[in-house]
Design a protein around this ligand. Sequence first.
Ligand SMILES: *[C@@H]1O[C@H](CO)[C@@H](O)[C@H](O)[C@H]1NC(C)=O
Ligand SMILES: *[C@@H]1O[C@H](CO)[C@@H](O)[C@H](O)[C@H]1NC(C)=O
Ligand SMILES: *[C@@H]1O[C@H](CO)[C@@H](O)[C@H](O)[C@H]1NC(C)=O
Ligand SMILES: *[C@@H]1O[C@H](CO)[C@@H](O)[C@H](O)[C@H]1NC(C)=O
Ligand SMILES: *[C@@H]1O[C@H](CO)[C@@H](O)[C@H](O)[C@H]1NC(C)=O
Ligand SMILES: *[C@@H]1O[C@H](CO)[C@@H](O)[C@H](O)[C@H]1NC(C)=O
Ligand SMILES: *[C@@H]1O[C@H](CO)[C@@H](O)[C@H](O)[C@H]1NC(C)=O
Ligand SMILES: *[C@@H]1O[C@H](CO)[C@@H](O)[C@H](O)[C@H]1NC(C)=O
Ligand SMILES: *[C@@H]1O[C@H](CO)[C@@H](O)[C@H](O)[C@H]1NC(C)=O
Ligand SMILES: *[C@@H]1O[C@H](CO)[C@@H](O)[C@H](O)[C@H]1NC(C)=O
Ligand SMILES: *[C@@H]1O[C@H](CO)[C@@H](O)[C@H](O)[C@H]1NC(C)=O
Ligand SMILES: *[C@@H]1O[C@H](CO)[C@@H](O)[C@H](O)[C@H]1NC(C)=O
Length: 837
Amino acid sequence: MRVLFFLAPLLGSATAENGLAGWLRHASLSCSHQCQSKLPANIIALNATESSPVYTAGIELQQGLKGIYGSHVDISHDKCQTPSAAVIVGTLEQYRKTCGSLKDVPDLDGDGFWIDTKDTVVHILGSNEKGALYGAFEYLSMLAQGNFSEVAYATNPVAPIRWVNEWDNMDGSIERGYGGPSIFFKDGAIVEDLTRVKQYARLLASIRVNAVVVNNVNANATLLTTENLEGLGRIADVFRPYGVQVGVSLNYASPETFGGLDTFDPLDASVIKWWTNITDQIYEHVPDLAGYLVKANSEGQPGPLTYNRTLAEGANLFANALQPHGGIVMFRAFVYDQLNETNWTADRAKAAVEFFKELDGKFDENVVVQIKYGPIDFQVREPVSPLFANLFNTSTAIELQVTQEYLGQQSHLVYLPPLWKTILDFDLRIDHKASLTRDVYSGKHFNRKLGGSAAVVNVGTNTTWLGSHLAMSNLYAYGRLAWDPTDDPKGMLQDWIRLTFGFDEKVLDAITQMSMESWPAYENYSGNLGIQTLTDILYTHYGPNPASQDDNGWGQWTRADRTSIGMDRTVSNGTGYSGQYPDEIAAMYEDIDTTPDNLLLWFHHVNYTHQLHSGKTVIQHFYDAHYSGAETAQYLLAQWQSLKGKIDEERYEHVVRRLEYQAGHSIIWRDAINDFYHNLSGIPDQFKRVGRHPWRIEAENMSLDGYRPYTVSPFETASGSVAIVTTSNETVGTATTNIKLPSGTYDLAVNYYDLYGGKSQWGVYVNDKKVGEWQGNNEDVFSHTPSIYLDGHSATRLKFRDVKVKKGDTLKIIGKPDGVEPAPLDYVALLPQGIVD
Ligand SMILES: *[C@@H]1O[C@H](CO)[C@@H](O)[C@H](O)[C@H]1NC(C)=O
Ligand SMILES: *[C@@H]1O[C@H](CO)[C@@H](O)[C@H](O)[C@H]1NC(C)=O
Ligand SMILES: *[C@@H]1O[C@H](CO)[C@@H](O)[C@H](O)[C@H]1NC(C)=O
Ligand SMILES: *[C@@H]1O[C@H](CO)[C@@H](O)[C@H](O)[C@H]1NC(C)=O
Ligand SMILES: *[C@@H]1O[C@H](CO)[C@@H](O)[C@H](O)[C@H]1NC(C)=O
Ligand SMILES: *[C@@H]1O[C@H](CO)[C@@H](O)[C@H](O)[C@H]1NC(C)=O
Ligand SMILES: *[C@@H]1O[C@H](CO)[C@@H](O)[C@H](O)[C@H]1NC(C)=O
Ligand SMILES: *[C@@H]1O[C@H](CO)[C@@H](O)[C@H](O)[C@H]1NC(C)=O
Ligand SMILES: *[C@@H]1O[C@H](CO)[C@@H](O)[C@H](O)[C@H]1NC(C)=O
Ligand SMILES: *[C@@H]1O[C@H](CO)[C@@H](O)[C@H](O)[C@H]1NC(C)=O
Ligand SMILES: *[C@@H]1O[C@H](CO)[C@@H](O)[C@H](O)[C@H]1NC(C)=O
Ligand SMILES: *[C@@H]1O[C@H](CO)[C@@H](O)[C@H](O)[C@H]1NC(C)=O
């Protein structure tokens, strides 16, 4: 039972909340007398140096207690004795020195801490200063959740590396960033005002992240100018009091492109000297730099292979330069070549093992190979990267993506930990022994000191950080899992909900359910059975475009033809990828009978009529899953709407807009994928839904004036493959039809395209009475990458509720184009209650 001492917390509070505080709102508990009794009278932070994490812990405790209790509590630094109840925060060593010994404190390691609230004096003691700060945040998190239980426990991280990677460019843009421009860079330099960096530092420290790589892995060497290194020093100064170290991404060719040498060969003496010098320079500005992150010989990036040097030689170049300073190299395993699909055995998924396996044991001690969770690229479902089971003598880290690059780009709600857990908890059966992925990358399994996790986190200047309030649960949970991968996705989520939205039971239940259903739903309507996210891999990575996977060199192939689909990755007849796993796992995936349905098409090429373990055929599973996923997305919106009045207006409305959009876009996904495979295979849907839309009025079938039909590509992203556009960007278009449905009240859905580069306006009228209007301004409202075409990214569906019509009424849409956006319209649907078409 939660111990609740307080009166009803402020609900639907009048103050608008913009998300800036994230889960560190430390909102008032409107504390009763009893709860006030838990308020410490003093804060003792055992270090008086302002840049120290322990000093920061004192400040954070003071601010947090002020928020939660509304009371001011004094901080002192030097003495231990207090006349009344206090909270003491410091390292074990500082405590022993100032306060004497303490019994019952178990061993702490890494950045671990001990917290004891059983006494009148609350003890928060870290193995180091970072640990002490983490403990202070933990204590505040308990209080902010109304949890006053008396606890005494120690907690230690599973691994020393708990990093985030920002993909921020020097010009201030962010690769795969969906929350506004960079908080670090602008116009090629480090921004002057680092207020947001400090706020980010707090968030990271509170989830025990200990390093941040501030620039994009596709790195620009101009970070290394003297002026920018000074700026980097300023950034590090802001992060340091929060125990967060700074790291940087390097461009391999810098000695040549930036240093003016005529080579970047890692074995060339002038190159070695150059990097040593640069490294020394960086450490002058950032004495506690965490290290380097390197993307080499990957997707066009330069690297050691250019000089026929191994990737290990390439990594060790930096390892040597960093070693005297104590820094580490995170070397990405994301190395692969372009391939030719006509070759049945070519397979990008094999690349990492092919490049790295033979290098095992050749990396220096301070090199960590950073491996994406799956062998391709952050797909909606992948098997665990087999590289984890092929490096015995190399430290590794797992790379996750909080950034929802292939997973709805923060315009769709997708709570990621259930996906991550399929990887972290997977038993690789190395040498026929239990070997969970999480024990491999943490270093535990192979008894290695270094190891851990890195997540791509593209926070931006928007007050929502990630572009969506609900997406913040992914960042929060990432930190929790980096510390303890056995943590429960639902439990972490609920802590986050209480901290972010308060603890009304209805709020807790609804957001829990929505979040837990969101990844399965997204998998259902994007790409299932292990076929990958069927998005446009050649453009925005956002909306549907299954054909883009094939017939190119990127190797994210589906090999779909008229009768069959899937990658044959068996050893017996396919690419041999399954053989990269240890025997037991290889055998499981080799055999179609023991391959789980959810990865069937990852490992096997089968006919659409192949029967799954579930009993369904592959094609019917596709159809059903896409209907089911889109249906869940409608329900996500309804669940959120049931919370009106229980959440502040600003965040409520922000989320409503996104969930309405997601509800519509999930239908666009559903129809696109189903139409695509229906068209390709010619196999009808057993339930006759696919391709049959009785409630729709296709725009191209209306009477058009100033509008003309337009054939959309890819075809499956328009209903009937045709939409309408205005005849010029100066012409107002009108589309008219007579309503043939029985008189009644309907929901009116419109499907249109919202292009980047224009803000068209549309109005919908029944007998000249306006019943709805909208503007093509998605690019200002949502976070995903916009498109300049009519396609699955720009396709948008809106709904106007409870529109009364009579049989024979005239339905009219007037579209006013703007810029390059010709007021495109796909269809209108009049939907009776409960029908989704
Ligand atoms: C209170 O917090 C402690 C420490 O995190 C936790 O073990 C306990 O389960 C929490 N109690 C409740 C009721 O959530
Ligand atoms: C206090 O913090 C500073 C800065 O982090 C550190 O150098 C110093 O050693 C700390 N003092 C104690 C007594 O731990
Ligand atoms: C690197 O940054 C500089 C300065 O901002 C810019 O001029 C240049 O285009 C960038 N290079 C790349 C490859 O992005
Ligand atoms: C070391 O780097 C600094 C700053 O980039 C540069 O000014 C200096 O000339 C370099 N020294 C050598 C020996 O390359
Ligand atoms: C690359 O190096 C390998 C091994 O060192 C050698 O066998 C091969 O001939 C070299 N290739 C080129 C193009 O230099
Ligand atoms: C792929 O291989 C086929 C058959 O060998 C060849 O015709 C085609 O040109 C190749 N495509 C590319 C992009 O290399
Ligand atoms: C096909 O791919 C395999 C595996 O990558 C490779 O060994 C083989 O040489 C390729 N065949 C052709 C004809 O390119
Ligand atoms: C790992 O390294 C150790 C010591 O360097 C060596 O004895 C062992 O053979 C190596 N194992 C593998 C699998 O390379
Ligand atoms: C075996 O591979 C070939 C391509 O080399 C493919 O056409 C065939 O369908 C595969 N057979 C089976 C049983 O999967
Ligand atoms: C798959 O379909 C093809 C074409 O209809 C057929 O020839 C083949 O026998 C089927 N394979 C299986 C395993 O059913
Ligand atoms: C980010 O913030 C800017 C300025 O407040 C706003 O115009 C934009 O719509 C926001 N973008 C997102 C994705 O929330
Ligand atoms: C129409 O397009 C032209 C050329 O792109 C542009 O100059 C003009 O401003 C556009 N007109 C409107 C009304 O957006």
